[in-house]
Design a protein around this ligand. Structure first.
Ligand SMILES: [Zn+2]
Ligand SMILES: [Zn+2]
Length: 353
């Protein structure tokens, strides 16, 4: 066995490798194989230099593809031997830099992961009911990026300075939020705001709405209003999918007389009560892309016929942001299906913030 410690390699990885926990993953691998050197993002991909035992370098290089983080999509791993200089005492994540003309694909936004969801509904967690909870494994990506390489200063999160607790998570290689660019909490991150429509009369109920924005929106939906909800990528118009009169009003406003609307339901269990769901459909619904899945609607449900006039199939999706989960939280007097449709006039692009 070659115990010469002077071997070194430069490795260049391309594909969806930014905003998916790739550098922390590389950091962890380097620790495991006792390698020194660095990793950094550039607009051309992820660059790595590793020094150490040649067998460990081989194992490290193989593990990059074999154990890649779930959200990544590696296109190429290019490895070259370089002269070892023994100049590194440890392995570090270096600052990113931009390379003119270079480009890497960016991860799409990813549905809230189970760990984050558990925090949002845990009364003892500091992110309890925080609508913008995210981590390295989930949350906004494409929507918040203004330039590459993907780093917080190049995202719409740049104005939100992390509080000490969030910063500690961001800096800790063992934390689920290590280098999670949109990391935020109720102390330091964005907040919800509820605003009356600038073009409509303020509803008489407005003065009686609770101070909590989510409960207020739920009250408006219960009362038959259509609420514009800022989500990932643009505004959704949300309303009670069981209220025929509300949906007729929505159709008139959108200039969409008959085209079916998709609905969002709080969880798979609810979808099973409303629709015929095959195993494949259940898998698709729960996938991190959160597609709208067309499902045969069971007869005798309380979904208004106006949602998909004349059709036996219903387009259904599951919540994919903490805000959706909070808005759709089950309550005896709250609808179990909301129409969620893009906030635009028929055939025009979605309204973005
Ligand atoms: Zn998460
Ligand atoms: Zn914070």
């Amino acid at each position: 066995m070659n115990t010469d410690r002077s071997s070194a390699r430069r490795i260049h990885v391309t594909g969806v490798v930014q905003g998916v926990g790739f550098r922390p993953f590389i950091y962890g691998l380097a620790q495991r194989f006792t390698l020194t050197g660095w990793v950094r993002n550039t607009s051309a991909g992820v660059h790595i230099e590793v020094h150490g035992d040649p067998n460990s370098l081989d194992a490290f290089t193989l593990a990059i593809t074999a154990e890649a983080p779930p959200l990544s999509r590696i296109e190429s791993v290019d490895s070259q031997a370089v002269e070892a200089n023994n100049g590194y005492a440890h392995f570090e994540i270096q600052h990113s830099y931009a390379q003119a003309g270079a480009y890497q694909p960016i991860s799409p936004d990813v549905a809230t992961c189970d760990d984050c969801l558990a925090e949002v509904f845990d009364a003892d967690d500091r992110r309890f009911r925080y609508a913008f909870t995210n981590c390295t494994n989930c949350g906004p990506r494409f929507t918040i990026i203004q330039d590459i390489p993907y780093d917080r200063p190049q995202t719409t999160m740049a104005p939100f300075t992390m509080c000490p607790e969030c910063q500690a998570e961001y800096d800790n290689p063992l934390d689920r939020r290590f280098h999670a660019q949109p990391n935020a909490c109720p102390v330091c991150g964005p907040h919800l705001e509820l605003m009356p429509s600038p073009v409509q009369e303020v509803p008489p109920e407005w003065d009686y709405l609770p101070l909590n924005e989510i409960e207020a929106v739920r009250d408006l939906i219960r009362a038959g209003y259509v609420v514009a909800v800022k989500g990932l990528g643009g505004f959704h118009l949300a309303c009670d999918a069981t209220n025929a009169e509300t949906i007729q009003r929505l159709r008139k406003r959108k200039g969409r007389p008959a085209k079916p609307f998709a609905v969002m339901m709080p969880d798979l269990g609810t979808v099973l009560e409303y629709c015929e769901v095959s195993y494949a459909a259940a898998q698709a619904l729960s996938g991190r892309e959160r597609p709208i899945v067309l499902l045969p609607l069971k007869s005798g449900t309380d979904i208004a016929a106006e949602v998909a006039p004349g059709l036996t199939d219903l387009g259904v999706m599951l919540p994919y942001t903490p805000l959706h989960h909070l808005l759709l939280e089950a309550a005896p007097d709250f609808p179990r299906a909301l129409v969620m449709t893009s906030g635009n006039y028929s055939d025009e692009p979605i309204v973005t913030p």
